[in-house]
Design a protein around this ligand. Sequence first.
Ligand SMILES: Nc1ncnc2c1ncn2[C@@H]1O[C@H](COP(=O)(O)OP(=O)(O)O)[C@@H](O)[C@H]1O
Ligand SMILES: [Mg+2]
Length: 345
Amino acid sequence: MSQLERTPKDVARQSSIFIGVMGAVLTFAVLWLTEAFELWAVAILVGVFLEEISYFVIYRAVEKFIDHRIKILYKTISKLKGGDEQSIKMDEDVVEIANQDVMEWAEDQIKEITLLRETDSFRKDFIGNLAHELKTPLFNIQGFILTLLELGLDDPEINRKFLSKAEKNIDRMTGLLEDLDSISKIESGVLTIDPEPVNIVELSNDIADNLERKANDANVNLKVKNTEDFTVICDPQKIEQVLSNLLVNSINYGKNGGKTRVRFYDMGEVVLVEVADDGIGIREDDLIRIYERFYRVDKSRSRHAGGSGLGLSIVKHIVEAHGGNLHVRSTFGEGTTFSFTLKKV
Ligand SMILES: Nc1ncnc2c1ncn2[C@@H]1O[C@H](COP(=O)(O)OP(=O)(O)O)[C@@H](O)[C@H]1O
Ligand SMILES: [Mg+2]
């Protein structure tokens, strides 16, 4: 056993043996000098007696000392850890064990702090993105209204044009606020689904129509492919959120001249809805993280800068709240396909 692995019990035993042997040797010496060597058995007795007494005394002293010291140590770390009362075992390497516990505690602390820091920087980024995302449409609306006030009003054509532009921006803000609302509902666990029979092909077509301009601006060809109609049980507002998030992503992370296809597959009890693009794709390392709240893959790669990274975490929650599964396949540089299932009526 090395010096480091000695238990307190070993220390007490070894010290007391040393004292016992010394006692016995001294007694032998005294007996020898006083020429009473025939009483040698006394020396052995003295040795054994000394060894036992000193073992008892040293054992208690060491125990008390360590107990006191280590308890203070555990009190300090358990204040934060909420740990249990630690009792001292004299036949274990208590110092080493305490050392390990402290190391573990320190690691926990570091992890906790790192997590707090990450959450904090997430929040900061999030608020920054949010402010930016809200400011842009608000400034636009302000601009349209000012123009109307200054020169429009008399010309009904200009009125209509500017009001509809303002309306589009209000839509954008509403969308963002809805995302925030969803996130806070998901966070507080009160996301409710109001299911009803929905023609999912029709719904997808409506959403694609709404996004037509955005797709054209990005030069992405957006098409809903259907051979037959499917009626599913779902909350139309929520599924609209899912589809528009996936479609907007396919536009934002698509390539110039790319295409996005929405397809439906009959799978017996469920319909598989697929949104496939031929855009920038997602690396395998990032693929497992995209559902994380606020997670965005390297912003510089996409043609689009603003997102908050909330979309997919909302999408995943909504799909799962419907009892479905969200699935993603992607090849970096080639494209991405998201799919999810919905129950048929
Ligand atoms: N169709 C896609 N093609 C490539 N990357 C995608 C696609 N959809 C999502 N991503 C990546 O996943 C990240 C998270 O998406 P999302 O949660 O919708 O947040 P946001 O769109 O606000 O950035 C995006 O930032 C993007 O990097
Ligand atoms: Mg998105």
